[in-house]
Design a protein. Structure first.
Length: 318
């Protein structure tokens, strides 16, 4: 039960159950402690996680690879990569062999702090130790290269990954798509979708969103609409992000009728507008002298707890 609650992100409830166990004289084992430590690590509460780790050791229980991996992952997500690295050495000193998940957590942490060189070195170490990098390892490194605009290196990692017989996931393709779009390589992005479809891998909303966002930035609403229509025709359902991208794009292009229709459609589907989408709609309607619509959206925005841009306060409250 503790494991289930932690997996669902209900750490407070899990801790209550853990305290009940102790009060009834029940002795938690390594599995129970590890589940709770993992829950705290995922919640970013590293102080609590280490407190439980120390309590576990004091009770004569030995932390295992899963315990250490949870701590390494938690530290990396908090940007404490150096401490995570020390923990990896501590594991080895205790005769515990890190597994693929441990290495992946540290590689992800190194990439997040921009130390990609060290991340690549760790992947090589991992390979030599007989823990072969998996799809997650390669995707993590590809994402780091894509964010740096090093698309040739990201593409090379994809080639190596395929040569090793590893199957890319939709996350791998979305990482590459985002990289192509951020680097302005929209034609390569289109080719990637075609390649995915040829391989029988269906793109999802995130894949198309990256392309649409870049076309919106370039004020090319014809291309954006064409991608949106193609996405729907292929049975890919738009998500909240899709609608917010389209609304901002149409407002920028002053297509207020289209933006309003999309706003209505997304609300009917239970999606929520972002503050940026509200700001775009309000400014768009105001520029078209549709003051009533602008004011109505402003009130709706405030009801949802969003704060409008200063420019909107200036034009609507003066």
């Amino acid at each position: 039960m503790i494991h289930g609650l932690c997996q669902a992100g209900k750490v407070v409830e899990a801790r209550k159950l853990f305290s009940e166990m102790l009060s009834k004289g029940l002795k938690p084992d390594e599995v129970t402690y590890t589940a709770l430590i993992d829950g705290y690590c995922k919640a970013g509460e590293m102080k609590e996680a280490f407190s439980l780790h120390n309590q576990m050791v004091e009770k004569g229980l030995t932390p295992n690879v899963v315990t250490y991996t949870a701590l390494v992952d938690g530290l990396c997500k908090c940007g404490e990569v150096d401490i995570a690295n020390e923990l990896l050495h501590e594991m080895s000193e205790k005769g515990l062999q890190p597994n693929v998940c441990t290495y992946n957590a540290l590689i992800n942490g190194l990439c997040k702090v921009g130390n990609i060189e060290q991340a690549v070195k760790l992947m090589e170490e991992m390979d030599l130790a007989g823990f072969y990098p998996d799809t997650i390892t390669y995707t993590t490194l590809m994402d780091a290269y894509c964010k740096m605009g090093e698309m040739a290196k990201a593409h090379e990692l994809l080639r190596i990954m395929l040569d090793k017989g590893l199957q890319p996931t939709i996350v791998t393709f979305n990482v590459l798509m985002n990289g192509f779009c951020m680097s302005g390589m929209l034609e390569d992005g289109e080719r990637l979708i075609k390649w995915m479809l040829d391989k029988g891998i269906m793109p999802n909303a995130t894949t198309f969103n990256s392309l649409m966002k870049q076309h919106c930035i370039r004020n090319n609403m014809c291309a954006t609409t064409e991608i949106y229509m193609r996405m729907c025709a292929q049975g890919v359902m738009p998500d909240c992000n899709t609608y917010n991208i389209l609304i901002k794009g149409h407002c920028k292009a002053r297509n207020m009728k289209e933006a309003w229709f999309l706003h209505k459609e997304m609300v009917e589907k239970g999606f929520s507008l972002t503050a940026a989408s509200y700001n775009s709609l309000i400014k768009g309607f105001y520029k078209r002298k549709k003051f009533e619509e602008a004011r109505k959206l402003f009130e709706e925005m405030r009801t949802h707890g969003f704060i409008a841009e200063k420019e909107i306060y200036d034009i609507l409250l003066t």
